[in-house]
Design a protein around this ligand. Structure first.
Ligand code: IFG
Length: 498
């Protein structure tokens, strides 16, 4: 409810359990009271600010039961909530300055992304729910903030088990809440091909028909994929699509006989083995196939990256693998995109601007750095969301070890791997493989409460991070998870608020 409360409200903005932890927070001890005349103003002419305003309005509406209006303006208002982008370029990329006054809140972003992240910080100052006779207010003060890394993401494996558009949108919402800005979609694997390719229709007609366990699988039409790209973009999240090759390709090999060296289509596969499939690297049709797929995917993907996979090609001879990855890189570059690949691709000759995604092999990764590649840090032993929390976790695997919430938080990407420094690293990504994860509730259980920790590792300087302090902030987010209906793992290591 809204209240024109008269008595002074005392607050302390520094007591807010922000995740990720901001660079600086100063409290001024008062309150901006939200009432039915509160308006959210958006600076006109800045692409991408309106969705931030709509998300802010939606959250305020949910909390107060009343709708606050949104208006576009050409200059700063005297009161209300004002979303704007700094004209003088004085803020670091994706940074923001949030100034909460009693009458005027200004969310000034270095860019639209920064403004969106400032809105996420503002939202974290609100309680999860408010009694109907109590005022809704923002504690006053100033937050100045910017991220450590520019690539802060998670991966969803939609190939082993298929997740529909609505479920992927929910996953995108999770990332947006914690200022993550990349969703890597693992679109193809042995068990499924999940993206429509118009020039090779059987990839989804046949390759999209099933999944691990024999379920009905599914796929995204190109229209649906575009819808996901837009939904993510409205939340300042870039989609990185992955076509895993030459290994992990049984779904394609079952769809087109000609892609197989023996000219025979394989059977669809619904198990969980890895490393048994390969495209035929010495057939020209294979590179026509790759060119068509990358061309269509590049046209659907506004982001700079296409992920070419490259992992676990155990039945591809080394030289054939190198030859294949060399040619695929040329194809991706021809279609105007930059390459990310699992760390095995470092065995090939790397073109400029390649990013090697470290998941398990340090030698591959340091070899990639020596060849001039950048590194995306996804250490399986720390950041694989499909790793069980402990031996009692009813979902997930543990080949890389157990990852309790503290183990997932207590590491620094810039010092984890000898030979890989902060300057080599573009950021961090937490992959969720879905061999054992079949629906959004199970996604939530494996993703929370570890995801906020990865978001903080990507955003906050390591000197500002320690588990004993972080866990007290995380403890206060349990109520938020519950308010969002998130089925999270209530780790005994976290002093959850009652
Ligand atoms: N490794 C495989 C994944 C998946 C994973 C499960 C990579 C890069 C084990 N490849 O991780 O396909 O099976 O934890």
């Amino acid at each position: 409810m809204f209240h024109s409360c008269s008595e002074k409200i005392e607050t302390d903005l520094t007591q807010t359990a922000f995740i990720p932890k901001p660079v600086s927070v100063e409290a001024t001890g008062s309150a901006f009271v939200v009432n039915s005349s509160t308006i959210i103003y958006v600076q006109e002419g800045i692409q991408g600010l309106l969705p931030a305003a709509e998300i802010l309005a939606k959250n305020i509406n949910q909390l107060t039961g009343k709708s606050v209006a949104t208006e576009t303006v050409s200059s700063a208002p005297a009161k209300g909530i004002y979303l704007t982008v700094a004209a003088d370029g004085g803020l670091a990329a994706e940074g923001y300055k949030l100034n909460i006054g009693e009458k005027l809140i200004t969310v000034e972003g270095a860019d639209a992304a920064g403004c969106f992240f400032g809105v996420q910080t503002l939202l974290q100052t609100l309680p999860v729910k408010v009694a109907t006779d109590q005022p809704v207010y923002f504690p006053t003060g100033v937050v100045e903030d910017h991220p450590e890394f520019g690539y802060r993401g998670a991966m969803l494996d939609v190939a082993r088990h298929f997740f529909n558009v609505e479920e992927v949108k929910q996953f995108i919402d999770f990332l947006a809440m914690y200022k993550m800005n990349v969703l890597h979609l693992h679109l193809t694997d042995d068990q499924g091909w999940r993206i429509e390719i118009k020039s090779w229709p059987k990839l989804t007609e046949i390759g999209g028909k099933t999944e691990v366990g024999g379920g009905e699988g599914g796929f995204y039409t190109q229209e649906q994929y575009k819808e996901l790209v837009q939904y993510a973009a409205d939340r300042q999240i870039m989609i990185v699509p992955e076509i895993d090759m030459p290994g992990h390709t049984n779904a394609a090999l079952a769809s087109y006989a000609e892609l197989n060296c023996d000219g025979k289509a394989t059977e669809l596969y619904t198990g969980t083995k890895v490393g048994f499939s390969t495209l035929c690297t010495d057939k020209e049709v294979t590179y026509q196939f790759v060119d068509d797929v990358i061309r269509e995917l590049a046209e659907l993907t506004p982001g700079p990256f296409i992920h070419i996979g490259g992992d676990e090609s155990h039945v591809t001879a080394h030289d054939d693998y190198v030859y294949f990855v060399n040619r695929v890189q040329q194809i991706v570059v021809k279609h105007g995109k930059k390459i990310i690949g699992w760390d095995e691709i470092a065995n090939a000759e790397l073109v400029n601007d390649v990013t090697v995604q470290f998941w398990d092999d340090i030698e591959n990764t340091t070899m990639g750095v020596q060849k001039g590649a950048k590194v995306l840090m996804s250490p399986a032993a720390r950041a694989y969301l499909d790793m069980q929390y402990d031996s009692t976790t009813h979902l997930g695997l543990h080949w890389a070890g157990y990852i309790e919430v503290d183990h997932g938080y207590n590491w620094d990407p810039a010092t984890l791997v000898e030979g890989v420094t902060k300057d080599d690293i573009i950021g961090i990504e937490a992959p969720l493989w879905s061999e054992t994860v079949t629906n959004i509730d199970e996604v939530e259980y494996m993703t929370f409460p570890r995801l906020p920790g990865y978001a903080e590792i990507g955003w906050t300087a390591p000197a500002e991070r320690n588990w004993d302090e972080y866990k007290t902030r995380l403890a206060k987010h349990g109520k938020r998870f519950e308010a969002w209906g998130i089925d999270y793992y209530k780790s005994a290591l976290v002093p959850w608020e009652e």
